[in-house]
Design a protein around this ligand. Structure first.
Ligand code: SF4
Length: 128
């Protein structure tokens, strides 16, 4: 998991969405800051609108919504026989790209998958 976070940070930095700054108090620490471009992108993220709307519901409704979502997750997991939703690359239908190749494949959906896709959660996931 640490590798995945590190890789994500490298990509965000390469896209100039974050900057890394060393911590003057402890050189082992790195501070991450959003760049103006990163802030713009985050402000435009649809999930932020969902979060803001959830917050606007007020605490009572927010707690009820959270309880409802947890219940929905439990019911869905029960229906799946307790199988968790896994990331794509752990699925038995995931076909790794050939050496040097960038495009993986989903054998179930007969669809191409990028490296980024392979890190996503999929409701169809069947652990291989
Ligand atoms: S079924 Fe879903 S998790 Fe499995 S390989 Fe296809 S896209 Fe990935």
């Amino acid at each position: 998991m640490a590798g995945t976070v590190s890789q994500t940070l490298v990509v965000l930095e390469r896209k100039k969405l974050i900057v890394k700054k060393s911590d003057p108090k402890d050189r082992r620490n790195v501070q991450l800051e959003l760049t103006p471009a990163g802030r713009l992108l985050l402000d435009d993220d649809p999930i932020m609108a969902v979060r803001n709307n959830a917050t606007a519901l007020g605490e009572t409704n927010e707690v009820a919504l959270l309880a409802g979502l947890k219940r929905l997750l439990h019911v869905t997991l029960e229906e799946r026989g307790g199988r968790a939703f896994g990331v794509c690359h752990s699925c038995k239908y995931f076909l790794q790209a050939a050496e040097g190749g960038a495009i993986h494949r989903c054998a179930l959906l007969d669809a191409p998958l990028s490296d980024e896709d392979s890190e996503q959660i999929c409701v169809e996931n069947v652990f291989g």
